[in-house]
Design a protein around this ligand. Structure first.
Ligand SMILES: [Fe+2]
Length: 487
């Protein structure tokens, strides 16, 4: 029996594996399309040490960087811990030293002042650099070839914000990277940093402004004209933290907001638009301009989707009763109203993905994970405790246009999109999946789908000889970019 807590945060697919290693060649079934060449980086949360807090959560787990390299029809896999300051301190002590999720007041006194971020959320690729990110701190740079950690990254001393989101946005034409940090000047603060990085990787702009209240701002969006900052009522209070309490409390009776800033302009011109009370969004599909309006499409739920946050907030909605859907907020930039127009446009789900080329533009397709109500029972996994059983293909003009439901005892995780250079070809989706054989016995595979025909199921797969852990998020890097980064 494992020493880890017997909660959904550490059981099923969340069971700590702590596998570091290299597998040079996976067994392949079917044929991997010749155009799929590149590196699928994944950020994997996996605790290196048994926590000393009983209510520890997956989100606090040390980050690992996993690289699935697809080259000339062959697949290899490598996985290493990100050597953050926190990983290093615990590695030297041989035990956990950091306490409750995002509460430094619960840490062992020996690590006071040590950077406590875990780099476990998204592997970001920009300007030939690989960053492992988590929203509670700055990114760590990792060598994409050796997977060696190069250290915390402050953009050559330019970055003032103490935090950087795991959800950056890259403009497909200008190649600029846009990001933000929240709680940017300290724990529980309402300060937001808005940053722009040029195509060469230099931080060229950082501006600071305040949200209506301190909010868990997990994602943001850009359109061609604007940067959009969502504020949903999951908030933090420094006095609660000082007492050893939870970082987040969700308020069902607070308004939600989106702040709109001219993308290349001043944060002093921010306009706040109000949305429904009590709702929450982790992930944004995309945003785009239409005349004087801006649309922002999001995976919204009626409360915070994480059960441990609802529990800490005294909210008693069970996971299977939590409502939500794919929603579109429309903001009228030419009008005077501060209210957002909100419409449901698709079924519930999360971990949406659009083509990189569609970022900030009108888009024809998005893919996201969901639980098929007519599909097999979901496996235990992820921060909400249940893993996805289906992928949906969604066209904003037509609704759901395709879907794939896994066979019984399987789970599928967030895909990446691999574009094709062939005219009219929609490219591919690449995702990892798990099959449960018995208690704590899983097989992991890589599945490849035609993005325009996911209903056909995987057209090729690769089998990992070792069990691998699902990522939070992944990133696809074309082979030419990956290899060029060697220089
Ligand atoms: Fe995320």
């Amino acid at each position: 029996m494992s020493d880890f807590p017997r909660t959904v945060q550490f059981m099923g697919l969340n069971e700590p594996i702590r596998w570091e290693g290299s597998t040079p060649e996976l067994e392949i079934e079917g044929e991997i399309p010749a155009e799929i060449q590149g590196a699928f980086f994944r950020a994997v949360p996996d605790p290196a040490h048994v926590p000393f807090v009983e209510n520890d959560v997956l989100l606090s787990a040390d980050g690992m960087v996993s690289r699935i390299l697809i080259k000339d029809g062959k697949v290899s896999h490598d996985c290493r811990y990100v050597h953050t300051a926190r990983w290093q301190a615990e590695h030297e002590a041989g035990r956990a030293l950091f306490g409750r999720y995002r509460n430094p007041f619960t840490d062992d006194p020996s690590v006071e002042g040590v950077d406590r971020t875990v780099s476990n959320t998204t592997p970001v690729w920009h300007a030939g650099k690989l960053y492992l990110t988590k929203e509670d701190g700055r990114a760590y740079r990792v060598d994409p070839h050796t997977l060696e950690t190069l250290g915390s990254w402050d953009f050559d001393g330019a970055l003032k914000s103490e935090t950087m989101t795991a959800h950056v946005r890259i403009d497909p034409e200008t190649k600029e990277m846009f990001f933000f940090g929240y709680e940017a000047d300290g724990l529980a603060s309402k300060n937001i940093a808005y940053c722009v990085v040029d195509p060469q990787g230099n931080l060229v702009s950082e501006q600071s402004f305040d949200a209506p209240y301190c909010s868990m701002m997990h994602d943001f969006a850009i359109s061609e004209k604007y940067a959009l900052f969502p504020v949903f009522p999951t908030t933090s209070d420094i006095d609660v933290l000082k007492e050893g309490g939870p970082h987040w409390i969700h308020h069902q009776d607070w308004d939600s907001w989106i702040g709109v800033v001219p993308r290349g302009g001043s944060v002093e011109d921010v306009r706040w638009f109000r949305g429904p009370k009590g709702v929450h969004v982790y992930h944004i599909v995309n945003a785009f301009d239409e005349g004087g309006k801006v649309h922002i499409d999001m995976c919204q739920s009626d409360s915070n989707a994480f059960g441990f946050i609802r529990e800490d907030s005294g909210i008693t909605i069970p996971q299977h009763e939590l409502g939500g859907g794919l929603v579109r907020w429309t903001l009228d930039m030419d009008g005077d109203s501060e209210e957002a127009e909100v419409a449901v446009i698709g079924p519930p789900g999360d971990l949406p993905r659009v083509r990189d080329a569609d970022m900030g533009r009108p888009y024809a397709m998005a893919w996201y994970g969901t639980i098929d109500p007519e599909g097999p029972p979901p496996l235990m996994g992820g921060p909400v405790g249940i893993a996805f059983t289906a992928l949906l293909a969604f066209d904003p003009a037509r609704g759901v246009v395709g879907g794939y439901t896994v066979p019984p005892m399987h789970a599928i995780h967030e895909p990446v999109h691999v574009p094709s250079s062939q005219e009219g070809h929609g490219g591919w989706l690449v995702a990892t999946a798990d099959r449960m054989n018995g208690p704590d016995d899983y097989d992991s595979e890589l599945w490849i789908f035609e993005a325009d025909a996911i209903g056909k199921g995987p057209i090729a797969s690769a089998k990992f000889p070792e069990r691998i852990k699902p990522q939070v998020h992944g990133w696809w890097v074309p082979l030419a970019d990956y290899e060029a980064a060697k220089a």
